[in-house]
Design a protein around this ligand. Structure first.
Ligand code: PLP
Length: 371
């Protein structure tokens, strides 16, 4: 990465915080930061105005935004986001995993929500700048990382509903996060949601669009009421085809040992195209485990679990990397996958992927960007 602060014709104004945390305060916060609760000293912002393009790029102190109550995003939810992590490698350097894929997906989400695209080099530059100034916030502890949250919101002031906003702000904030599983990897119990739908054909399911989450909270609450940890989304038409789990994609392991093979639901337009999912489509065959994209119904899930042909199920995403699914519950009963504990294929893929991300395993596919 270059050290110039000019990218895509934009020069970033650097406004350093005079209220930076002291090293002692920072270390205390990094002890057990939880997820998305602690934020670094700075953030990046870049404004967009129709006709003018992207302008006013800066690194500035992390702090509240001042918004007019009639700001478009607050009314009509024109808002998209991304999620990726920065890791501290054993040699002390900072790295992230496939950030250009997040930049590309951000622009696909933007296109779906009638928002302007952000040049990939600006997306990457914002990460580079924030890490340059807040790099000390990338934890050194095993399984800890700095979660990066780029997002874009519509900033037009006015309640007109017939057209997208003509102005936007892109923001990047960062939050140190601890190990998702304190005390070892724990399998989750999932609820098959037949009362609610996450995404329908032609809808917004493939975009990392904020409103998809707003629409999911009630189903997640129902899953918790049913004694489950997470909701599993099914297709909108038949509530029969498995799509994803909460904010993670799903994988099914058939057979075991030398005969293990993987399946994940295909990207029909209603699933979020996870970068972890896509990486596993490459990584599993590297390890000698065939992986295919093919539909799976809830009936096949139950029957194959009961016959023993289905040996493991896990979910994958940036935040928790890989989470085993131990038990499945729906309005027609419940069943266990394998013996309900994390399986060997799940754990092997997890170790390999985390190893690449944290610099402990060879990066054969050039997935790592150093900052
Ligand atoms: C972000 C997200 C995922 C996982 O994507 P990754 O790129 O692997 O982090 C899966 N499903 C939903 C709904 C998501 O929002």
């Amino acid at each position: 990465m270059n050290n110039d602060t000019t990218t895509s014709g934009l020069t970033f104004d650097i406004q350093l915080s005079d209220r930076r945390k002291t090293p002692q305060e920072r270390e205390a916060l990094l002890e057990s930061p939880g997820f998305g609760k602690v934020f670094t000293d700075h953030m990046v912002s870049i404004h967009y105005t129709e006709g003018k393009g992207w302008h006013d790029a800066k690194l500035e102190p992390y702090g509240p935004l001042s918004l007019d109550p009639a700001t478009a995003a607050l009314h009509y939810a024109q808002e998209i986001f991304e999620g990726l992590k920065a890791y501290r490698h054993p040699d002390g350097s900072l790295a992230s995993f496939r950030p250009e894929s997040n930049a590309a997906r951000f622009n696909r989400s933007a296109a779906r929500m009638a928002m302007p695209e952000l040049p990939e080099e600006l997306f990457l530059k914002s990460i580079e700048l924030l890490l340059e100034h807040d790099g000390d916030w990338v934890p050194t502890k095993e399984d800890f990382s700095l979660y990066l949250r780029p997002f874009m919101v519509a900033t037009d002031v006015g309640l007109g509903v017939n057209h997208p906003s003509r102005s936007y702000v892109y923001l990047l904030i960062a939050s140190p996060v601890g190990s998702y599983f304190s005390g070892g990897v724990q399998p989750v119990t999932v609820w098959l949601s037949r009362d609610y739908t996450r995404a329908a054909p032609g809808g917004t399911g493939a975009a990392k669009f904020a409103g998809n989450y707003a629409a999911s909270f009630l189903a997640q609450a129902q899953a918790v009421e049913q004694g489950c940890d997470q909701v599993v989304w099914l297709d909108a038409r038949e509530h029969r085809w498995v799509e994803e789990m909460g904010g993670m994609n799903l994988w099914f392991v058939f057979g075991s040992g030398e005969n293990a093979r993987l399946r994940t639901p295909p990207l029909t337009g209603t699933l979020l195209p996870g970068i972890t999912r896509e990486s596993l489509l490459t990584l599993a065959p590297d390890l000698g485990i065939p992986a295919e994209e093919a539909p799976i119904s809830t009936d096949e899930w139950r029957e194959a679990a009961e016959s023993g042909e289905l040996t493991e199920v896990f979910a994958c995403g940036t935040a928790a990397v890989i989470t085993p699914v131990g038990r499945v519950k729906g309005d027609d009963g419940e069943f266990t996958v394998g013996d309900g504990t994390p399986g060997p294929v799940t754990m092997r893929l997890r170790e390999e992927l985390v190893g690449i991300q944290t610099g402990l395993r060879a990066d054969k596919h050039d997935w790592i960007t150093r900052f």
